[in-house]
Design a protein around this ligand. Sequence first.
Ligand code: ATP
Ligand code: FE
Length: 328
Amino acid sequence: KYVLGIETSCDDTSVAIVAQDGSVLAIKTVSQYEVHQAFGGVYPELASRAHLEAILPTIQNVMNEANVSPDDLKAIGVTRGPGLIGSLLIGLSTAQALSMGWGVPVYGINHLRGHMRSVDLEEQRTQYPAVVMLVSGGHTLVAHLSDPWSYRLLGTTRDDSVGESYDKVARMLGLGMPGGPAIDAAAKRGTPVLRLPRPMKNEGYEFSFSGLKSSVARHIEKHPEVSVDDMSASFVAACLDVLIAKAERAVIECQPKSLIIVGGVAASPQLRDGMAKLTQDHGISLCLPPIKWATDNGAMIGLATWDYIEKGIKPDLIPKPNLSLETP
Ligand code: ATP
Ligand code: FE
């Protein structure tokens, strides 16, 4: 039996069929990149409309490709938050309708738990206990994990997430969206010539990235002679410095067997290299999702659903735009 995983929290309609061991029988992701491009960000009303158009054909496609019928499904798992309310609503109501029609149970899944499980898709990579760092478009947090279900939050961001600051800095530098990969590419060509602040680097597990972003804005004004590449390299160096310092603190304090890095910014090659060095130095394993599983996808929601089934936890199906990691 399989799980049908549905993810519509933001601007991608993504559906997958996932087995309990994390193997992915089929996945389809419909990106709304072109819908939102002109707005320089996600336009919520257009996002829900695009989800509505894409969702049923995408589910149909995936079921056909995997050669799976409703009878082969153990459950449907669908993101219930955090995310945009209209986008969440499309996924949730579609899942509920199918659940009723097919007689298959439906589980409302925390998107953040999905990201956390993305690392074990296709291959069991994590050894427990683990420390997990989630670096995505909306979140930046570190948590301790004694098993796949049990988290203890160590710290989160007070203001912007890393991904958000990548995107904002990319816009300031005229690199367009999505900002992350553009900044990475520019940073690779440049040199970190500017000494930017490392906010909260030496204080506990909390993060703050909005000051760093403002500092980049000031430097762009004050030092027009510094190239976009060098500016990007300086920004990436500052971000990574903070992220790696926090990860190292957690590794020293929690003595985990694995360090897991998930979320869209985990696609950053510089971050991957930095974390590889850190885990080597401490003799623990580094668990990274393959790049395709780092950003939003239905497969991670499908794998997380198996945890809910196992725990017998079935949250309500009301969209929760601000759902936190602590609530399933
Ligand atoms: P959340 O899961 O917190 O609700 P989200 O789902 O929007 O947010 P993700 O899809 O996990 O976030 O990640 C998107 C973020 O990842 C964007 O901010 C994007 O700039 C960043 N990102 C994507 N690719 C890269 C990359 N190669 N390097 C750095 N950042 C990247
Ligand atoms: Fe996400």
